[in-house]
Each structure stands twice: as structure tokens, then as C-alpha cells.
Design a protein around this ligand. Structure first.
Ligand code: AMP
Ligand code: MG
Length: 432
């Protein structure tokens, strides 16, 4: 018997059942964008490795200027008795340190990023100083200061030995920058996930088929394989296209075996409706354990998930999505994404967050299923975010996916959402 599950339950069950890949490879840090890290990256040294200046200015011993600290506000600036004149005894540039330690009454001109000379504990920004004509001295103007001001302390970002990036994190631009700042030129990542996919259906015609001519009556072009491929590619996986498979036990068995042999994860579309499900069910029952669920959601209801045996030993995850093009995309984002990321080695992946917006029109909804309605999110002249549903929410209306920029996510038990009420939206940015 099929079970009715909520979206959250279905996602939870699928992700819980997935075991991450074990194989890893080493790649240049520059090539690791979008890959999942397979090792902890530890800081081999502290960052910053040395104390340095956060400003262009002059550095000196705080004790020398302490008597003009913290009293500037109500005093006229620049008056002789409120200034401290220091002798400039050297210059420090980023990459060109000044070895001389300024003594009492002395300072060093310093640029942002330059290492602090020994004995110095404050930097005074250039704007808070006045150069003297002869150039050999500088007047420090009164100002609220303390020891350590405008200094980036050694190790304030990372301490030597500390984990800078944990295994299981997705390498984003900042991660690559951080690894590079630690002098790490190569990183160990999980190998690319091999994600197989195929479409099922006698009505489908391949876009890339060599046959010429018009679509025969009742035929449609297969679109799901192109959306699936694109979604997989955007996640950085290796897509493996197994084409269109007819609604036929022999053809399906062959496709499942071939895909299982070559991939870590199989995603199919179609064939889950009442009449056809029996084929897939028969085929899968012989090859592993795959459960069929009804998920309380719209679009996309029938879902199959389980594992099939690889002909040579081992298992491959199998996720059977509904056939309707919008259901494929919604189910991919709601179920496949989290499972694929886990399989690819990612430790913490949570679906993109929801944000409240104001309904720009009525969202039609009956209690019972969670709905993912295509909507357009726009800011009005008051700066408020307004979400307006697209008129046609049919699960076959793929054009609405191209026009929308967010999903309005309506909870299972909710009824209609009236214009002006709050609606939760999931912007496509970061989802799609
Ligand atoms: P099914 O789940 O196989 O009953 O398919 C449900 C609906 O989605 C039917 O109208 C199919 O024609 C359509 N459909 C199934 N697979 C595809 C596909 N690969 N591309 C476009 N439409 C499809
Ligand atoms: Mg079908």
C-alpha cells in the first residue's frame, strides 16, 4: 500500500537513506569551485600571520599619545598643547616591513597591510595627523584612542591548527580564497557524483533523435531530460543521459541495469501514474527495494525512492519523479537536491529558506496538500515585497516556470491566501 507523506517527511526519509560517496580525488584549489571538500582544511599558520596595520597612517607607542586620547570632542583640534609631535623614523609598506622599533617620541609611517614594527601598539590614521613642514615630524591630533586601535592582531581571523574549512563543505568563492590565503594549492574533494537520468513514456520523442519529420499524432518532445540535465549540471554533478525508455518491462529493466552499473544515483521521470506504475514497480521489485509514496503536495504526487543493485555488486539510489514537467522540477528541488547533495558528500544542506511576502493577489488553495505555486516577487514603491501568483498553476505548464521568479509555498493545511495577507516565498535565486 502506498503511504501518504508530507513533503518534509518524504525529504527526511530519502535523505536519511542516502549514504555519501566514499571516493575522493585531489584537485587544484583553483578548480575546486562547486566541489565538496573531503578533508578538513586546517590553518598551517595563524591568519593574519603577523600584526599589521588596518589603515594608512602613523604607528607608535600608545603611551606617547595617551594624554591626548579620549578628550578631543569638545576641544579645538590642532592646538599646540593638544597635539603630540612625533619624529618619523621610518616607513613600513605592505610587503616591505620597517625593522626599526620606534622609541619614545618616535613613530613610523605605515600603510594598510604593512607589518607593525616591534614595540608599536597603536596606529593613527593619516586623517588624524598633520604633517609638519620639514617632513621629519608629524603632529598627532587629539582623538579618542586606545592601545591596539587600527591594528589587525596576529591570529584574529584563524589560529594556527584551527579548522578553517570542514570536510563536507561546498567550495564557494570565499572557501577557495581562504584556502589560498593559507597557502593551500590543492584540496581533496569527493569525486563528481555520477547522476543518471532517463525519461519514460511511449509518447515521447527525443529532441536529439536522428529521425526527421514532424511529431506523429499524440507525440510530444521529451523536455524532462533537458531540465534534469540542466539542474544536475548546475549542481556540478556529472549527468549521464540514458535517453527515453518505452513503457515496456524489457526496455525498463535494461535501462535500470545499465544506469545502475554506471551511476551513483538514478533519477527518472514519468511512469508513476496508476496505469504505468505497475511496470516500474515490477522492474524495480526484482532489482532492489523501492518504495512508492504519495506525497501531500502539488504539483507532484507519486514518488518512488529506494535502492537498486548494481549488476556488479553495490547499490545505486533510485528516485522516480512524476512525469509532468513542472512536477519534475518541483520534486527535484524538494527531494532530489537534498539527497544528491548528501550523496555527493555535503554535510549540511538545508533547502533554501522561505521569506514572508505580501500576497499581491489571491492564491487559490484548498487544505490538504502543500502547494508550490509559481509566483512573481517584486518590490513595490514602498519597498515591500509583493508576491503575485501566475494565473496557470497546472503541473504541465512549464512556461510558468520561466516567467516566475519564486515559489509561493503554501502549507498543507492552509486554505486560500487573500490579497494583502502574508505568503511564504522561496526565491528561485539559490534554488534553481
Ligand atoms: P506520467 O507520469 O508518465 O503519466 O506522465 C504524466 C504527464 O507528463 C503526461 O502528460 C506525460 O505526457 C508528461 N510527460 C511525461 N514524461 C515527459 C517528458 N519526459 N517530457 C515531457 N512531458 C512528459
Ligand atoms: Mg508516462
Amino acid at each position: 500500500m502506498e503511504q501518504w507523506l508530507s513533503v518534509r517527511q518524504a525529504r527526511g526519509r530519502i535523505t536519511a537513506a542516502v549514504t555519501p560517496l566514499a571516493q575522493t580525488e585531489t584537485v587544484a584549489t583553483a578548480a575546486a569551485l562547486g566541489r565538496v571538500l573531503a578533508e578538513d582544511i586546517r590553518a598551517p599558520f595563524s591568519v593574519p600571520a603577523f600584526a599589521n596595520s588596518a589603515m594608512d597612517g602613523y604607528c607608535c607607542r600608545f603611551a606617547d599619545i595617551a594624554d591626548i586620547a579620549g578628550e578631543s570632542k569638545n576641544e579645538s583640534k590642532g592646538k599646540g598643547k593638544n597635539e603630540t609631535v612625533l619624529a618619523v623614523v621610518g616607513e613600513a609598506f605592505a610587503g616591505r616591513p620597517c625593522a626599526r622599533a620606534p622609541g619614545e617620541g618616535e613613530c613610523v609611517k605605515i600603510m594598510t597591510g604593512a607589518p607593525l614594527p616591534p614595540g608599536v601598539d597603536v596606529v593613527v590614521p593619516k586623517e588624524e595627523t598633520r604633517a609638519k613642514e620639514n617632513g621629519g615630524t608629524v603632529a598627532i591630533l587629539p582623538g579618542a584612542r586606545r592601545a591596539g586601535l587600527h591594528i589587525r592582531a596576529a591570529g584574529e581571523d584563524l589560529r594556527a591548527g584551527e579548522t578553517a574549512i570542514a570536510a563536507g563543505e561546498l567550495c564557494m568563492p570565499a572557501h577557495l580564497g581562504l584556502a589560498s590565503s593559507l597557502g593551500i594549492a590543492q584540496v581533496q574533494v569527493f569525486r563528481k557524483l555520477r547522476a543518471a537520468f532517463f525519461s519514460t513514456g511511449d509518447e515521447l520523442r527525443a529532441l536529439d533523435s536522428k529521425e526527421s519529420g514532424e511529431l506523429a499524432p499524440g507525440q510530444i518532445y521529451d523536455s524532462n531530460r533537458w531540465t534534469l540535465r540542466a539542474m544536475l549540471e548546475r549542481m556540478g554533478f556529472a549527468p549521464l543521459d540514458f535517453g527515453i525508455v518505452r513503457d515496456d518491462i524489457g526496455a525498463l529493466s535494461e535501462a535500470v541495469d545499465k544506469a545502475a552499473a554506471e551511476s551513483d544515483f538514478i533519477i527518472t521521470s514519468g511512469g508513476a501514474s496508476v496505469g504505468e506504475a505497475d511496470f516500474i514497480r515490477t522492474v524495480l521489485a526484482k532489482r532492489g527495494e523501492v518504495l512508492f509514496w504519495k506525497v501531500a503536495m502539488r504539483p507532484g504526487r507519486p514518488l518512488a525512492y529506494g535502492k537498486v543493485r548494481k549488476p556488479g555488486g553495490g547499490e545505486t539510489d533510485f528516485l522516480g519523479l512524476p512525469g509532468n514537467p513542472v512536477s519534475v522540477m518541483v520534486c527535484f528541488y524538494q527531494f532530489a537536491a537534498a539527497a544528491l547533495w548528501k550523496k555527493a558528500g555535503r554535510k549540511e544542506y538545508s533547502p533554501p529558506p522561505l521569506f514572508p511576502a505580501i500576497a499581491g493577489a489571491r492564491f487559490k488553495k484548498a487544505p490538504g496538500r502543500m502547494e508550490f505555486q509559481r509566483a512573481i516577487l517584486q518590490q513595490n514603491e514602498n519597498g515591500e515585497w509583493i508576491a503575485t501568483p501566475l494565473p496557470d498553476q497546472g503541473s504541465g505548464i512549464l512556461s510558468s516556470m520561466t516567467r516566475a521568479n519564486c515559489f509561493a509555498v503554501l502549507p498543507e493545511d492552509a486554505g486560500p491566501i487573500e490579497k494583502g495577507e502574508t505568503v511564504q516565498v522561496q526565491p528561485f535565486t539559490g534554488v534553481v
